[in-house]
Design a protein around this ligand. Structure first.
Ligand code: P6P
Length: 330
């Protein structure tokens, strides 16, 4: 341990990891690495602002609502601006799309170049910030199709087509979880050196764990099968954990196992979570870690999106636990 108290034994950074991965793909242009680098930079900047939000009087509502009809938190807009500024300078990006913006941001179309589209929820769970809750940035990277005129149609690709997905969880530490389709890796921000350091390669979710994560306040409006599952879980000594911040709930499940459910409800008959930039990235991560993710009876990653901000019901987590839910839905 050096005098700053931080271990310098592990200096394998996210940057090193991405460049090492890139070297496995001869002919790689480095464009993709640049995008991950931009997301990493944005994550460090957002982590700094999240930790200082109360000191800088940046908590609470902005007084506006987003396309979802939800009140925008000041920190939502700060995080969105940081991501737009970090990603907007990358020449390899054609389209950016955010939960906070009704329409996609078109950087390049047609033959202007731009191989990729990046979609994100800049600060998911931000309403828990005023109580010092964990919040997160969720991102996904898709290939751009320059033959498709409409930016929205370009990004409405099934989750199976994601080339990378991940989240940055701003909790007691800042965790960066990413998959590029060959397993899930976990990095932790070392604030002493300002780098995300590799701490776990090839994360695997436990196959089973008797913990479910759902907002039971809405259970009376869940479809019958979900209510039957909850009765079964109560009778089989399951415990319940629910933070109400998707990144925090998913991260706990990725590490400890269990199942997360956001069923259809009266106020959200199609489910609350957004398919393209919440459900799909999390579904890719869970599947890559050996878990499962379903939206209704369809694997989340197979759902064909029709709209940028469409919502889906979601059941994801340990494969045995997802199957236990599905046994009650059919
Ligand atoms: P509810 C946060 O607002 C969010 O989008 C997700 O992070 C979280 O999983 C969900 O909504 C919580 O919703 O209805 O339980 O407050």
């Amino acid at each position: 341990m050096d005098q700053s108290g931080s271990s310098t034994s592990n200096l394998f950074s996210l940057q090193s990891h991405i460049l090492a991965e890139e070297s496995l793909h001869p002919g790689a242009s480095g464009d993709f690495s640049w995008i991950i680098s931009a997301i990493s930079l944005a994550g460090k900047a957002i982590a700094h602002r999240v930790r200082r939000a109360r000191l800088e009087n940046a908590l609470g509502d902005e007084g506006s609502t987003n396309v979802q009809g939800e009140s925008q938190q000041r920190m939502d807009l700060i995080a969105n601006d940081i991501l737009m500024r970090c990603l907007g300078t990358r020449a390899s990006i054609a389209v950016l799309a955010s939960e906070e913006d009704e329409e996609p941001t078109i950087l390049r179309r047609g033959n202007e170049g731009g191989k990729y589209c990046v979609l994100f929820d800049p600060l998911d769970g931000s309403s828990t910030l005023d109580t010092n809750g964990a919040v997160g940035t969720i991102f996904t990277i898709l290939r751009n199709d320059h033959l498709i005129e409409s930016a929205e149609r370009t990004v409405c690709q099934p989750g199976r087509k994601q080339i990378a997905a991940g989240y940055i969880l701003y909790g007691p530490s800042t965790a960066f979880v990413i998959t590029t389709g060959s397993g899930v890796d976990l990095f932790e921000l070392d604030p002493f050196i300002g780098s995300f350091i590799l701490v776990k390669r090839g994360m695997r979710i436990p196959q089973a764990k008797r913990i479910y994560s759902v907002n039971e306040a809405y259970s009376a409006s869940f479809p019958q099968g979900y209510q039957e599952y909850l009765k079964w879980a109560h009778a089989n000594q399951y415990s319940s954990r629910y933070i109400g911040s998707l990144c925090a709930d998913v991260h706990r499940i990725l590490i400890n196992g269990g199942v997360f459910l956001y069923p259809p409800t009266t106020s959200h008959p199609d489910g609350k979570l957004r398919l393209l930039y919440e459900a799909n990235p999390m579904a890719m991560i869970l599947e890559q870690a050996g878990g499962m993710s379903l939206s209704g009876s369809t694997p989340t990653l197979d759902v064909q999106p029709k709209k940028l901000h469409e919502r889906v019901p979601l059941v994801l987590g340990s494969s045995d636990e997802v199957k236990a839910v599905m046994r009650h839905l059919t």
